[in-house]
Design a protein around this ligand. Sequence first.
Ligand code: PEP
Length: 225
Amino acid sequence: MKFYANLKCNHTRASFGDYAEILGGGLGGDDVCVFSPASAFINGLNFKLGAQNFYPCESGAFTGEIGRVHLDEFGIKNVLIGHSERREILGESEAFLRAKFDFAVKNGWEITYCIGENLGVFESKKTKEFLQNQLKNIDLGYENLVIAYEPIWAIGTGKSANTDEIAEILGFLATFTHAPLLYGGSVNAKNIAEICKISSCGGVLVGTASWDAHNFLNLISTAKS
Ligand code: PEP
């Protein structure tokens, strides 16, 4: 079971140091990856450190971006691509996501590729079609691929999809990919155990409830109880 955390635009290097000490001290061989802000990257962790973003380059004239050399400095081999906040707020297009995907593949990084529908698509019952279309952009056969299904209407809203809805979508995705499938969207201590019991569920991608290390540890132990 994968327990992946998206810290988003939270934590400084100092506060992430404390976070890592608490989290690292409480883990027992779990598959944990924390996508921290780039400015908080640190070395020497006993869990996987991931990048929320990168520009598909080694280094170069790309103001404000981070390239491969910046990830290499911290041994980072896990990247998040396609998060809805980067698609919607930062305007990342399918073509750009593909360029990031191809660059990550070239480097052999583990890619957690996020997909998910908005409320309009969900309410018009077009979710499966929509997700299948999003996945046409990438190589589903890539061996280090993880797919995170994150309905946009469930992200940061406190309103998770219910277990039947999650089971239906993950089951559908499992018919055309062998990649581990995560669910993300308002995962919390009340719903994590049920979500992790879904047969096609390979783990969770947690935002808000992962920002406090004690909370995240509690989620992980609750999921296994
Ligand atoms: C996310 O943004 O990836 C996420 C899952 O957020 P939250 O858990 O806060 O809904």
